[in-house]
Each structure stands twice: as C-alpha cells, then as structure tokens.
Design a protein around this ligand. Structure first.
Ligand SMILES: CC(C)(COP(=O)(O)OP(=O)(O)OC[C@H]1O[C@@H](n2cnc3c(N)ncnc32)[C@H](O)[C@@H]1OP(=O)(O)O)[C@@H](O)C(=O)NCCC(=O)NCCS
Length: 173
C-alpha cells in the first residue's frame, strides 16, 4: 500500500481513492475521486470534482480539471489537457480578480474504454464515446461517436466505428 503523501506527491485529505490505485511522484490531487486499480503518472494534476473510474491509465503530465468525468477503462496519454471554461478571464468587468462565482464550469465526459492520444486538447462540453480513440495532438471540439477514431485540429473522424456484430436474432453481441 502506497502512503498517500510523500515529499514528492500531494494528495489532499478530501481525495477519494479506490483499492490498488497507483500514484507516481510529483502528482497533485485535490477534491477528486479515483476508482480501483487506476494508475496516475508523474506530474499529473487532477482538480476538485473530477472523477476517474476504475482500471484507467492516466499518463504523465496530463491535466484533468473540475467538470471532467472519466469512466472505467479509459487511457489518457501524456500531456493531455482538458478545459472547463469556454471564455476564460483572469478578471471581472470591474477589474477585480474572478472568483468561483464569476465563471461557469462546463462538464466533459469520457466514456468507458476510450483512449486519448498524447498532447490532445479536449474542449469543454463534449462527450467522447465508448471505445473511441483520439489521435495524438488532436483538438477535440465536438462529440466523438462511440468507437470512432478521430484526429487533427479540429478533430475529424478518420474511421468510423466498425458495424456491430449481431447474433442470428439481430442482437448486438
Ligand atoms: C490516430 C491514429 C490512431 C491513426 O493511426 P492509423 O489508423 O495507423 O492512421 P495512419 O497512420 O494510417 O494515418 C491515416 C491518416 O491520418 C493522419 N493522422 C494519423 N494520426 C494523426 C494525428 N494524430 N493527427 C492528425 N492526423 C493524423 C495521417 O497523416 C494520415 O493522413 P493521410 O492519409 O493524409 O496521409 C494514430 O496516428 C494516433 O495518433 N494514435 C495515438 C498514439 C498516442 O498518442 N499514444 C499515446 C501513448 S504513447
């Protein structure tokens, strides 16, 4: 069992960790939830309110912000950036620093089995479907259909999901 905190790792007391979660050094976690068996690489930051499912791999240097929900079995490559504020600003119209009340957190969903390539940026308000794959360096601005492979800026479908396999009764298996 890893100790939650070392001199090289910050896991706030409000973080909810499942069983057998592995967290590498230089990670910063606060107010988030991480499911059983998931692995968090070096230099990852996960903010309050973010949820990571079971059996996920989050590779080094990735930033997961408030508003992001990652289901089970998801792969997040290195240096992936999530976004939760479509029109960010340091200050309000009156010139004072913004507070939590001055902006809207827009949620993003990554469905089970999806994989996100290294250095991708995921704009807010999108859903990446089950078992979809996002190419390295892509900028995802729209929903990604389940099973699709997308790439580029903006990310476009390279290959759609293969047709589902059905049994004799037409039921997807
Ligand atoms: C998206 C991806 C799965 C496509 O792989 P593929 O099916 O073998 O595709 P190909 O290499 O045959 O490329 C098909 C076309 O898409 C383009 N392409 C491939 N990956 C791309 C990417 N990430 N961004 C933009 N375009 C991409 C290719 O240039 C090619 O274009 P062309 O037909 O005009 O020459 C793969 O390139 C990728 O980015 N994988 C993610 C890898 C990763 O980040 N791993 C993380 C841990 S190491």
């Amino acid at each position: 069992m890893q100790s939650r905190n070392s001199g090289r790792r910050q896991i706030a007391p409000d973080v909810r960790l499942g069983q057998n979660v592995i967290i590498r050094d230089f990670v910063n976690l606060y107010g988030c939830e991480i499911g059983d068996n998931s692995r968090i690489g070096t230099f990852v930051e996960i903010q309050k309110g973010a949820r990571i499912g079971r059996n996920c791999k989050i590779q080094s240097h990735t930033f997961i912000c408030e508003g992001v929900t990652i289901d089970d079995g998801v792969f997040i490559g290195h240096n992936v950036t999530f976004i939760n504020d479509r029109f960010p600003s340091a200050v309000r119209k009156d010139g004072q620093l913004q507070t939590d009340e001055d902006w809207v957190c827009i949620p993003t969903f990554i469905r089970s089995g999806a994989s996100i390539g290294s250095s991708a940026t995921i704009l807010c308000g999108v859903t990446i479907g089950e078992n979809a794959l996002v190419g390295a360096g892509s900028i995802v601005t729209r929903d990604v259909p389940a099973g699709a492979i997308v790439a580029g800026n903006p990310a476009r479908v390279l290959r759609a999901a293969p047709d589902p396999i059905k049994d004799k009764k037409g039921v997807i298996i």
